[in-house]
Design a protein around this ligand. Structure first.
Ligand code: ATP
Length: 265
């Protein structure tokens, strides 16, 4: 559903993304992790069609983003970490506008349910200036879900949400995947990634350092404890063998693993 081939992006002399390839299947949640400046946001912005890649290709639901940008973008949703809203549109007008933009025929029926799901029905007539940061984030996610995207890109989706909203947002992400969307979640919250991602893509210094299920990532570090968590594996990859073992969190209480990885097409 999302196919990325040899993606490269440079800002002048800075090579932010250096030849990354991966895919995300329908129904799969891919966790994108890496240290600050690793190239995660640049990768997502290239996938969303916001930044033109220096080279390489991106296809969304079989549509090449460069050759058919409208066809590809019509099938994806991008939720940046900093919600971008229109200051003169109310909450409800945002959803109506997105509904018209994406030609969502049943938008009028879907909007009340989305307002309820994201607990912003009481703010339907308010402008973004009157919303808290978490409410803006909820509106941004509601807008993203309205056109039933086949590919959803989240950059730090839980920033600013309260614990109840975090639980609901996680459930919403999992539900979208269960309904067949291919999802990428970029986050520094490794426990979140471990909980909801079927596979993890680790980016270090603009390059792919690892890509696989948690079990596959663990297998690459047999010296780590059998119950090693993603945090220990990540520290080991980012900081080298000196990291991890001492002071590693106990292996007890791992989050339940996500459902089975969707079959390869
Ligand atoms: P973080 O976890 O801090 O959000 P990230 O993994 O998302 O980091 P990017 O924002 O993609 O990293 O940045 C990757 C590299 O590209 C960094 O070296 C950064 O300084 C550089 N970079 C990002 N945006 C620009 C820009 N607009 N102009 C020039 N360099 C940029």
């Amino acid at each position: 559903m999302i196919q990325v081939t040899d993606l490269r992006k440079s800002y002048g002399e800075t090579e932010a993304v250096r030849g990354i390839s991966f895919d995300v299947r329908p129904g799969e949640v891919l966790g994108l992790v890496g240290p600050n400046g690793a190239g995660k946001t640049t990768t997502l912005r290239c996938l969303a069609g916001i930044l033109p890649p220096t080279s390489g290709s991106v296809a969304i639901a079989g549509r090449d983003l460069r050759l058919d940008p409208v066809g590809a973008k019509a099938r994806l949703a991008w939720i940046p970490d900093d919600p971008r809203l229109f200051e003169n549109l109310t909450v409800e007008e945002h959803l109506r506008f997105i509904g018209r933009l994406y030609r969502v025929e049943d938008a009028e029926e879907r909007i009340p349910a989305l307002l309820e799901e994201f607990e912003i029905a009481g703010k339907a007539g308010e402008l973004p200036g009157a919303l808290s940061r978490g409410m803006k984030q909820k509106l941004s996610i509601a807008c993203a879900f309205l056109h039933r995207p086949k590919a959803i890109l989240f950059d730090e989706p839980l920033t600013g949400l309260d614990p109840i909203a975090i639980r609901k947002a996680k459930d919403s992400i999992v539900r979208q995947a269960e309904e067949g969307a291919a999802i990428i979640v970029s986050s520094h919250l490794l426990a979140l990634v471990e909980e909801i991602a079927h596979r993890v893509l680790v980016i270090l210094d603009g390059a792919k350092a690892a890509h696989g299920t948690l079990e596959e990532l663990k297998a690459a570090h047999p010296d780590l404890a059998a119950g090693a968590r993603l945090e220990e594996i990540f520290m080991r990859m980012a900081l080298g063998p000196a990291a991890g073992a001492a002071g590693a969190p106990p292996a007890a209480d791992p989050p339940p693993p996500p459902g089975p990885l969707p079959p390869a097409p």
